[in-house]
Structure formats: structure tokens, C-alpha cells
Design a protein around this ligand. Structure first.
Ligand SMILES: NC(=O)c1ccc[n+]([C@@H]2O[C@H](COP(=O)([O-])OP(=O)(O)OC[C@H]3O[C@@H](n4cnc5c(N)ncnc54)[C@H](OP(=O)(O)O)[C@@H]3O)[C@@H](O)[C@H]2O)c1
Length: 281
């Protein structure tokens, strides 16, 4: 059975993935930045009679990352799978981010994954085995307006995964990126609001982009996140895992469309679906 470390397990994909690995009998270190939020995961695990360990890990804090990885090694002696899942969303025009705001999104979504990856790799290299699984996004493959900063973090994660795939191949370590479309998690409730977005010139466009202020298109709130967990498990245990996993109908369809359509045609398609400043309702 594998020794697994997952970041961001207080809710969403991280919590569900922790339960998914635990159901297989893996030794799961479910980490979160605020362990006071562990109640929901503990209760879900207890309801199924599952065992898992909760550790504090804030991906933006190097000391916290090193401490958690040292704890895993002290208790389990190895680390087979690291899932870089922790992330924050942000929906606002690129211009409406102050420096500290976009740095925070990158620090969590990109540099956080690098910190964890750098902390686990010496152990995986010594073992000559391991799996790095990064939770990217459809937004990293098909970047969209008002998700520019978020999309840029997820594209960066995709690039890092590809580089890691080649660099780690000689050591028997595999890197994959999971690229989900929209799924019902806490990401909308947890996402960062920028100081300027409410009063910005983009506000009327943003309001039409997201009627009701939801982080996802209408209807997507009912999409069951389990397929994302299934993809994470496949990346962790398949003999020949893929490098990219598009998950969800929207992700599969849009990733395919972006690849097949000429660039200009794709851009025109998106522009036709965008609100304009003139059609204020
Ligand atoms: N849901 C979707 O539609 C979707 C689609 C594509 C990709 N994703 C990606 O999937 C991943 C998981 O998101 P989710 O949808 O499950 O949303 P979520 O329910 O909001 O979960 C995000 C998790 O990340 C944690 N986190 C945030 N900052 C952290 C930090 N500095 N250190 C450690 N943990 C931190 C959160 O902890 P707190 O509870 O402390 O805030 C939470 O546990 C993210 O990387 C997200 O970008 C989501």
C-alpha cells in the first residue's frame, strides 16, 4: 500500500481524494493549513471506518512544508504519492489585481506546489519511485477572460508538470497534471476577491460573466467531483499514467476544441459569447 501526502484536504477535491486513498488502504497524510478545519474529513472517515492522519501544511510556508514532509518520513519511512491540490480561485480582470493579490494566487497555486515537490523529491529519488500529481485546471489549458491570473497559475503548473515528467523519468518518478473543468466544491466560496473588482470599469462585464456571483456556470454546482478523485487515483497507480488528465465533459470538449480549431476561429467563438459594455441589462 502506498504512502500518500495530499495538500488542501479541508474541503473539495483534497478531502475526497484523502477518503479515496484511505478506502484503498493506503497510508494517507491528509494535510491542511488550518487543522481546526479537519472536522468534516475526520467525520467522513470515521463514518466509513477509515484511518488517515491529519497534518498541518501551509503551502506558502516553507517551514510548514518541510515539517510535514519530515513527519511523513519519520512515521512512514517513505513517500510514494504527493498530490499538490491546494489552490485558490480568483475571478477578476487582470488589471484589477494589486501586486500582493496576484502574488498570493501564484504563491499558493504555483510556488506552493513547487515547495512541496522540492521537499518530497529527495525521498522519491532515493526510492527510485514516486508520483507527483498536480491539480491544474481546464483554465490552464484553455485560459479564459476574468480568470487570467488563475489561468496563468494553472498553465504554469502544466508547464512545470511537463518539465518534471522529463527530469524525473531517469529516477523512476512520474509527474501528472489533472485538468478538471467546473465541479461542485468550496472553490467559489473560498476564492479571493480583489480590492478593486467591485468598483472597477470591468464590473458590469464581470457581473454578466457570472450572473449571481457564482464561480461556475449555472448548473455546474451539481456536478459530482468524484471523477476528479478517480483521475488522481489513476495517476497514482496506473502502470503507465498519462501526463494530462482532462476531467469533466466541459474540460474534455473545450480542450479538444481548442486543439482542433484554428486560433482565430476559437477566439471569435469566445468573443461572440462575451457580454459587451453596450448590452447592459
Ligand atoms: N472546483 C473546481 O471546479 C476546480 C476546477 C479546476 C481546478 N480546481 C483546483 O482544484 C484544487 C482544489 O480546489 P477545490 O475545488 O477542491 O476547492 P476548495 O474546496 O476551495 O479547496 C481548496 C483547498 O486548498 C486549501 N488551501 C488554500 N490555500 C492553502 C494554503 N496556503 N496551504 C494549504 N492549503 C491551502 C484550502 O484550505 P482552506 O480551507 O484553509 O482555505 C482548501 O482545503 C485547487 O487547486 C483548484 O484550483 C478546482
Amino acid at each position: 500500500m502506498a504512502v500518500v501526502l495530499i495538500t488542501g484536504c479541508s474541503s473539495g477535491f483534497g478531502k475526497l481524494a484523502a477518503l479515496g486513498f484511505a478506502r484503498r488502504g493506503d497510508t494517507v497524510f491528509a494535510t491542511m493549513r488550518n487543522v481546526a478545519k479537519a472536522g468534516a474529513l475526520r467525520e467522513a472517515a470515521a463514518a466509513e471506518g477509515l484511518t488517515l492522519e491529519i497534518l498541518q501544511l501551509d503551502v506558502t510556508d516553507r517551514a510548514s512544508v518541510d515539517r510535514a514532509v519530515a513527519e511523513v518520513i519519520a512515521r512512514a519511512g517513505r513517500i510514494d504519492v504527493a498530490v499538490n491540490n491546494a489552490g485558490i480561485g480568483a475571478v477578476a480582470a487582470v488589471e484589477d489585481f494589486d501586486d500582493d493579490e496576484y502574488l498570493r494566487v501564484f504563491d499558493t497555486n504555483v510556488f506552493g506546489a513547487i515547495r512541496v515537490t522540492r521537499a518530497v523529491l529527495p525521498h522519491m529519488r532515493k526510492q527510485r519511485s514516486g508520483r507527483i500529481i498536480n491539480v491544474g485546471s481546464l483554465s490552464g489549458v484553455v485560459p479564459s477572460h476574468f480568470r487570467g491570473i488563475y489561468s496563468a497559475t494553472k498553465s504554469a503548473l502544466g508547464s512545470l508538470t511537463e518539465a518534471l515528467f522529463y527530469e524525473l523519468h531517469p529516477f523512476g518518478i512520474h509527474a501528472s497534471v489533472i485538468e478538471p473543468g467546473f465541479f461542485a466544491t468550496e472553490i467559489g466560496a473560498n476564492r479571493m476577491e480583489t480590492r478593486r473588482q467591485a468598483s472597477s470599469d470591468y464590473a458590469p462585464l464581470l457581473a454578466k460573466y457570472e450572473p449571481g456571483g457564482s464561480s461556475a456556470p449555472e448548473g455546474s454546482k451539481r456536478v459530482d467531483p468524484q471523477p476528479v478523485v478517480d483521475a488522481i487515483l489513476e495517476a497514482a497507480f496506473e502502470e503507465h499514467p498519462k501526463r494530462h488528465y482532462a476531467v469533466g465533459n466541459d474540460a474534455v470538449a473545450l480542450t479538444d476544441l481548442r486543439k482542433r480549431l484554428p486560433d482565430e476561429e476559437f477566439a471569435q467563438l469566445v468573443l461572440r459569447s462575451m457580454p459587451t459594455l453596450d448590452d447592459q441589462a
